[in-house]
Design a protein around this ligand. Structure first.
Ligand SMILES: [Zn+2]
Length: 398
């Protein structure tokens, strides 16, 4: 249920004061402080004694308050997959499902598909970000494919994976121009002309390497062309060996690259994840869910992805030949995994779920922190780190 606590009609703008919680701003942890929300933005962070008496109080009852989670890779949720029906209504179902897990910003992810499907997906996201048909929480689109390495397809449809020619670049740049929000493109840099990376980056796309066999040299030239990130580190990429560093070695060794990671305990071994966390500088390892349709729905036991029948159970989605097909992960569960299994400090785990992904898509100046002027996208978590409420642009949902 969405309740407006910040009506825009009337002479007086209502100011909301969130009090009585532990506030994780993204840079520090505050006790005895309040967050003021006004007109959809954070108006101030102050001691509770300094809260203006005119503000409407909202008691956090000792819970944690953090920047809302930002998930750069959401294939589905609430029982639907974006690829199956890329419409604004599907976007709404998915965003609503993930909001209950603390997600206040997400990129709808369209995996390798036909050109007309990509166009429909872009149009759906444009509608989801339009004032009239707005879906709270949608920040843009993530095209994962189709310009991937055929040797690292994962569950993507091999027949639709192809090299990137001039016409593909023109189509993708057109889709970037059409989109009003962020466009993230995951591609295999060794399969794509460097000029294509530069052109896409110039049109505002964020470029990440994924489903790739790129070696460090490939990554280095792609970074010069505009590559900034790596999609689901370790999965569907050349692994790290002693004399063959692979994509993983290149991604870990280059401080400029952010790396997303699927922290569900199935995609990446906890020791590998701990190694990645130690290797990357602060701010460059971030959480994504790679969630599929069953996340946030009443437990279907299977779904289809292209021609593959995917079985759901034991915390994962798996094809008959044993490949992982996305995840059953939600961002709050990823945060709990970081804290409880990897012993990552809560503050840092929260940053990996919000602050760092915001920066990866160049929105670190307005999202991912609780600071004056930032969009009031927030999550309230109980002591067990279960989400209890979210605010998107100051509008609460519990
Ligand atoms: Zn993937």
């Amino acid at each position: 249920m969405i309740m407006s606590r910040n009506p825009t009609s009337g002479d007086r703008v209502n100011v909301l004061a969130l009090t009585g919680g532990i506030i994780h701003t993204g840079t520090e942890t505050l006790h005895g402080h309040a967050v003021l929300i006004e007109d959809g933005r954070v108006a101030g962070v102050m001691t509770e004694a300094d809260v203006p008496p005119s503000a409407t109080p909202h008691d956090l009852a000792g819970d944690h308050l953090a920047p809302g989670f930002i998930d750069l890779q959401v294939n589905g949720g609430g029982g639907v997959l974006f690829n199956d029906t890329p419409t604004c209504e599907t976007a709404r179902q998915i965003a609503n499902a993930h909001r209950s897990f603390g997600v206040t910003g997400l990129l709808l992810t369209y995996i390798t598909g036909p050109a007309d499907g990509m166009a429909r997906a872009a149009e759906a996201v444009r509608q989801a970000m339009d004032e009239e048909t707005r879906v709270p929480g949608v920040l843009g689109i993530h095209f994962e494919g189709p310009h991937l390495n055929p040797e690292r397809t994962g569950v993507h449809d091999r027949t639709l994976i192809r090299p990137c020619n001039d016409a593909d670049v023109a189509k993708l740049t057109h889709l970037c121009d059409l989109a009003t929000g962020c466009t993230l493109v995951t591609l295999a840099p060794e399969c794509v002309p460097l000029a294509a990376i530069t052109t896409l980056a110039q049109h505002g796309a964020v470029i990440a390497a994924g489903h790739t066999m790129a070696e460090p040299d490939d990554l280095a030239v792609a970074i010069d062309a505009g590559l900034t990130g790596v999609t689901h580190l370790f999965n569907a990429m050349a692994p790290m060996g002693s004399r063959a560093p692979g994509t993983v070695g290149g991604a870990l060794a280059d401080d400029r690259l952010w790396c997303s990671i699927i922290a569900d305990g199935h995609h990446v071994h906890p020791a590998s994840m701990a190694a990645a966390w130690r290797a990357k500088p602060a701010g460059k390892l971030l959480l994504v869910s790679d969630a599929m349709g069953p996340v946030g729905s009443t437990a279907p036991t299977s779904f289809t992805l292209g021609d593959a029948a995917v079985q759901v159970g034991e915390g994962r989605c798996i094809t008959p030949d044993g490949r992982l097909a996305g995840s059953l992960l939600s961002m709050d569960a990823a945060v709990r995994y970081c804290v409880n299994t990897l012993n990552i400090e809560l503050d840092e785990a929260l940053r990996m779920a919000a602050t760092y992904p915001a920066r990866a898509i160049n929105q670190g100046d307005r999202r991912g922190e609780i600071a004056p002027g930032f969009v009031a996208d927030l999550v309230q978590l109980d002591p067990a780190l279960i989400p209890k409420a979210t605010w998107i642009a100051g509008q609460i949902s519990m």
